[in-house]
Design a protein around this ligand. Structure first.
Ligand code: ATP
Ligand code: MG
Length: 389
């Protein structure tokens, strides 16, 4: 029989109620696996065990799914043998064949949490190491820097053997640190920002501003497809879509073009404030990065921030585009993000917005029109869609 052993980093447990943290992880893993088969998910001795309950379960897919659950630092696909040294040796030789034939050097590492097992850890290492060397004579033993480490764990329910520790996403379980509202555009950055904050244990909802007919139905479908993709890491996402056309038109017609972008972003935040409160979110998230575009200078960010009632989290603030793209590729949002549909941010935007807006001037410009009724109307017109895992 094979099982998946999922390990979480001890450091992540600091300051958190350990048992709550573990329960949340188990629940998140169960949810993740529900769609792909029947699995038993339990936790024992700082490890979460995922055991397939019928033959048809796709264990490779399950390994991938579990490795995408925040809070899990590493995943091992392991064989479970009887707790008998002879049996362990006899069965490990064929079980580890693929891994050992590919490797040049190896070592065996044993852990014994069941202290009633008659051999000590060094003895287990010696016995199994010797037998594997005999069976695969090309192998060199290298205790410092081996190609492969064969792990033997003697635990309550059996002996668990594996040769590969697969790194997982790490972070903290989604939901363990509260909720936040992501301003989601169709671009490359904001989906990555969602991934990064979910990694810190936030459950993420998303708000998107669209301006039909300036932005197309396909642009909206693109954003929805990004939500869908994000569920792989973020879990369920509630998606709010705001009709933003009238606000943008009023802004174009009543305020100086120099301030268009910064006021538009402030109006976005004012609407997001309301949804943040309704959705019990404790923060807003954006994909901004200092200096990337004119709306992301320190001065512009400063003026925008003043419109927010909640902390604005900007996990990409210090990252280069290249680093952001790397993550976008890893989480499989990149190809969708680069589809060439308009975002409302590019509608009516002047070629040369003020890069150093001064708050006083921005507020004076914004006061030239009473946006409140339109803000209310936009909020009433919001459509909500739930993206489930
Ligand atoms: P992205 O790649 O995320 O679109 P960007 O580099 O294109 O970012 P901007 O277009 O200036 O930068 O947007 C900055 C941030 O503002 C985005 O990361 C996103 O959080 C938010 N944002 C932009 N447009 C929208 C929109 N239509 N709806 C919701 N949020 C948006
Ligand atoms: Mg954008």
């Amino acid at each position: 029989m094979e099982v998946i052993m999922a390990k979480y980093g001890e450091i992540a447990l600091k300051g958190l109620n350990r048992s709550n943290f573990e329960d949340m992880l188990v629940k998140n893993i169960k949810r993740r696996l529900d769609k792909i088969g029947k699995f038993d998910v339990t936790r024992r001795q700082s490890t979460i065990y995922v055991q397939p309950l019928d033959e048809s379960c796709d264990l490779d897919l399950a390994v991938k799914k579990v490795s995408h659950v925040f809070g899990i630092a590493a995943v091992q696909r392991s064989a479970v043998f009887k707790k008998d040294m002879e049996e362990i040796v006899r069965q490990s030789i064929p079980y580890l064949k693929d891994a050992l034939e590919r490797a040049k050097s190896f070592k065996v590492e044993a852990k014994r949490s069941d202290k009633s097992f008659p051999l000590t850890s060094p003895q287990i290492q010696q016995e199994l190491g010797g037998a594997l060397s005999d069976a695969y004579p090309h192998l060199i033993t290298d205790v410092h820097n081996p190609d492969i480490t064969v792990l033997v764990e003697i635990r309550d329910k059996g002996a668990y053997i594996n040769a590969e520790k697969i790194p997982a996403v790490g972070g903290m379980p989604v939901g363990s640190n509260g909720n936040a509202l992501l301003l989601l555009s169709g671009g490359i950055d904001s989906p990555v920002a969602a991934f990064m904050m979910a990694k810190r244990g936030l459950r993420v909802d998303a708000i998107h501003f669209q301006s039909p007919p300036y932005t197309s139905e396909r642009a909206l479908m693109k954003v929805e497809s990004l939500c869908e993709k994000l569920t792989e890491y973020c879990g369920s996402i509630r998606f709010y879509c705001v009709p933003f056309t009238e606000i943008q038109e009023a802004l174009r017609d009543n305020c100086s073009g120099d301030y268009f972008t910064v006021i538009m972003r402030r109006l976005m935040l004012k609407i997001a404030n309301v949804i943040c409160e309704r959705g019990h979110c404790g923060a807003l998230i954006t994909g901004e990065s200092v200096g990337q575009v004119a709306s992301q200078t320190l001065a512009a960010i400063g003026c925008t921030d003043k419109a927010a009632d909640y902390p604005v989290l900007r996990p990409l603030v210090g990252m280069d585009k290249k680093e952001i793209v790397e993550i976008a590729r890893k989480i499989d949002t990149f190809e969708t993000s680069i589809l060439p549909y308009e975002d409302c941010c590019t509608v009516f935007t002047p070629k040369h917005p003020k890069t150093k807006p001064v708050l006083e001037d921005v507020l004076a410009e914004e006061a030239k029109f009473d946006f409140e009724p339109l803000i209310k109307k936009a909020i009433d017109g919001i459509t909500v869609k739930d993206f489930k895992l």
